[in-house]
Design a protein around this ligand. Structure first.
Ligand SMILES: [Zn+2]
Length: 302
């Protein structure tokens, strides 16, 4: 037995730094395991920490590049813009906020709609951009997602929505809440036409987005440890006056409680989505013309 023993624990180092978007510079510090990662290595692993698999938040454009074959896709409806229907102002006028965000992100709203091929399968993808006013679901985002779903319906190509959002856009009030119903209605049409819809939930997916399309996928797939919920944990604790369990509102917890179908590492996301789509009988784009005789044969057999 040792003569001297530390009776007190050493002072805990404050590693609770804010999880941030990947900063500029050659090296990035992982907020989870504090490992220093070379910028290029991080990029190569799709912004997932090679040591602890912490998922850094990525933008909509990076997301699309990671999903489509060779990073090639065609963007749709890029120039839809909100016209500030309520003439809203909080700490600053909404118009001003929109203008600044447009400048800093180079986008006109919080969703990018794209079509292209994913492991050879034709798909329509709508990806949300968190840095555009918290990826909030406003009139334009709702319209773009709805149009994406209509495009999927028209072409009978599977739809994928990658959510990354704080919820409805409060600067558009009730009009933004209506987007939940609008997108859900478009999804119902997709469902009746038997066109697959896969919802990918990333950190964070909260509020009205969780309460509508993000949870309506034929499959709901989340990235590890993503915050997914409707109201925030503090609000829930105050309302129900109980302490929430460990890991509450994280992907793994939700999977365990039947709210999600899969939790998939970002590095495996593309192949998992492709596998699921093939299971749902999506045919590779090149093989599509040959489908008719196969279907006819299947019909004559039955
Ligand atoms: Zn790490």
């Amino acid at each position: 037995m040792a003569w001297f023993k530390k009776t007190r624990k050493p002072i805990a180092s404050s590693t609770a730094e804010k999880p941030s978007r990947v900063p500029e510079g050659l090296w990035v510090k992982c907020p989870d395991c504090t490992q220093l990662i070379y910028n290029k290595d991080l990029e190569a692993s799709l912004n997932v920490c090679p040591k602890c698999a912490h998922h850094f938040r990525i933008g909509a454009a990076e997301r699309l590049t990671s999903l489509f074959d060779d990073g090639q896709y065609q963007e749709h409806f890029p120039h839809l813009m909100s016209n500030d229907p309520l003439q809203f102002a909080d700490t600053k006028p909404y118009k001003e906020r929109l203008r600044k965000t447009r400048e800093s992100t180079g986008l006109d709203d919080s969703v990018i709609v794209a079509t292209g091929r994913l492991e050879g399968l034709d798909v329509v993808v709508a990806a949300m951009e968190y840095s555009f006013i918290g990826g909030s679901l406003g009139v334009v985002a709702g319209e773009k997602i709805t149009r994406a779903l209509e495009l999927a319906l028209d072409r009978r190509h599977p739809a994928i929505i990658v959510s990354c959002s704080g919820g409805a856009r409060m600067m558009e009030g009730a009009l933004s809440l209506m987007q939940m119903a609008k997108v859900s209605a478009a999804l119902a049409r997709l469902d009746r036409a038997k066109v697959p819809f896969i919802s990918v939930l990333t950190d964070p997916t909260t509020g009205g987005v969780t309460a509508s399309f993000a949870m309506l996928g034929d499959l709901n797939i989340a990235e590890p440890k993503a915050l997914i919920g409707f109201a925030g944990p503090r609000v829930i604790e105050q309302t129900i006056r109980q302490t929430l369990p460990e890991g509450f509102q994280r992907s793994e917890f939700l999977l365990e409680h039947g709210m999600l179908d899969l939790v998939v590492d970002r590095r495996d996301l593309k192949s998992s989505v492709a596998r699921v789509l093939r299971f749902m009988r999506a045919t590779p784009a090149a093989a599509a013309p040959d489908r008719a005789p196969v279907l006819a044969a299947a019909r004559s057999e039955s």
